[in-house]
Design a protein. Sequence first.
Length: 480
Amino acid sequence: MSSEPMLDHAVVDHPVPFSRAAASLRRRLLGWILLPLAALIGVNAWVAYGNAVQATNEAYDRSLYLAARTLAEEMRWQNGRIELDLMRAAGYLFENHTGSRLFYKVSTLDGQLLAGVSALPDAPMRSESAVRYFALVQFDDGQYLDLPVRLAQLTHVVDGAALQDPIVRITVAETLEARQQLIQRILWDTLGSQGLLLLAAALLVVWGVQRGIRPLEAFRQRLADKADDDFSPIHPPDLPRELRPLIETLNSYLDRLGRLIDIRKRFLDNAAHQLRTPLTALKTQLTLAQRNTEPAQALALLQAARQTTEDAVRLTEQMLAMTRVEHAREMHSPHTVDLVALARHVTQEHLMRAHQRGDDLGLEAQVDQAQVQGVDLLLHEALSNLIDNAMHHCQPGAHITVRVGDTWLEVEDDGPGIAPDHQAHVFERFYRAAPSSVSGSGLGLAIVKEIASQHGAVVGVTSPVNQGRGTLIRMDWRPS
C-alpha cells in the first residue's frame, strides 16, 4: 500500500534536488566570500590592535620619560648633597599619572643610592631605545613588589655637583594598571568596530549573492514551467556574462534532446503506419493458407506470405537505418574518407548478390584517391543503398556501374528509369516511384539524401541516361 504514494511523491517532488543544489550554491558562494573576508578583517583587527597598543605604550613611555625629566629638573646640589624638591615633582607625577603608582630612584653610576627606593630595579643599558629623545633614556619591563612595572632610566648630569662623577641615573617605575585598562578599552573598541564591519560586509555579501544568482533562479523557474514537449531555448533577461556559457550549453542540450525525441517519435509513427499494412497482409495470407485445402493454393499463399515477410523485414531495416543516420551527428565524428577505397569495398560486398541475379556490377575509378571529410560508416550506408536501389528496380541481368571522381561518386543502371514527374520526389520518405508490382519501402533514397546533407554533399538524379532508359544518381561534394 505504501509503494504507490512513495512513487507519486517521488514524481511530484522531482524539482526538489535542483532547489537544494541552488541553495548549496548559495551557501558555497557565501562561504567562499565570507570566510576569507572574516579572516582578512581578523588580520586587520590584529594589526590595528597591535598598532594601537604600540602607540599607547609609546605615549605612556613618553609620559614616564617626562616624569623622570621632571625629577631631574627639580634636582639641585646644595649643602654638599643632592636635594630634590619633591613637592613640585610629586605635583606633576600625581597630576599626570592617575590610575598608576609611581616609584623613583636616583643613584650614581657605581650604584650609590642618592634618593628614592633602593629596591627599584635598574633598566639595562642598550644601544637603542624604543622611544628616542634628546636625553639618554632607556626603557624596560621589570618587577617591583611582585608587580609588573615599566621602567624609564634617565642619565642626567647634575650641575655644580661636587662629585667625582656628576652623572646620576634617575629611574622611574610605573605600575601597569592604567596601561592595561587603556589597552583593554582599545581591544574592545577594535573588536566592536571590526565586528560591525564584518556584519555590514556579510549583509552586503548576502544581498549581493542573492541578487547575483537571481537570473539563475529565474532560468530554473522558466525551465520548470516548460511543457513536456517544449524544447525551445530559454533566454532569461539580465543574464550575467559568466552565466551565458552555462545557459547556452543547457539550451543546446534542450535542442539536441528535442531533435532526438522528434526522431524517435517520427520513427514510431512511421513504424506504426508503414508496418501495419504488411503485417495485416501477412496475417491474412497465413490465415487463408491455414484454411485452404488445396495444396497448390496453400503453397502460393505461403510464398506470398514469405515475400510479405521479406518486405516487412526490409522496411524495418531501412527505418532503423534512417534512425541511425539521423542520430549520426551525436554518435560519430567526421574524419578523412577515401571514396575510391570505400567504393571498392562496398562493390565487393554486393558482387555475390549481383552474381546470383546475373547482374553486371562494376567499378570505374577516374582518380587514384578521392578524399572527403565524413563518417565512413554513413557513406558506406549511402553507397550500399544506391547499389541496392539499382538492383531492386532493375530486372536480373542489368548493368550497374559505380563511378568515383575527385569530389563525387555515382551509381548508374540501365533499368527502366524514373519518370520526370517522380524525380522531384524520389528522395522523400516513403515515396515510391516504382509500379505497385515492385515491392519497396521508399526509404532507400531518403537515407542517401539525409547522409549527403550531413556531409555537405548534393545528391541528384538523372533519368533517362541512354536511349530512354537508365538512372544515374550522384553525390557531389563540389560547392554549388
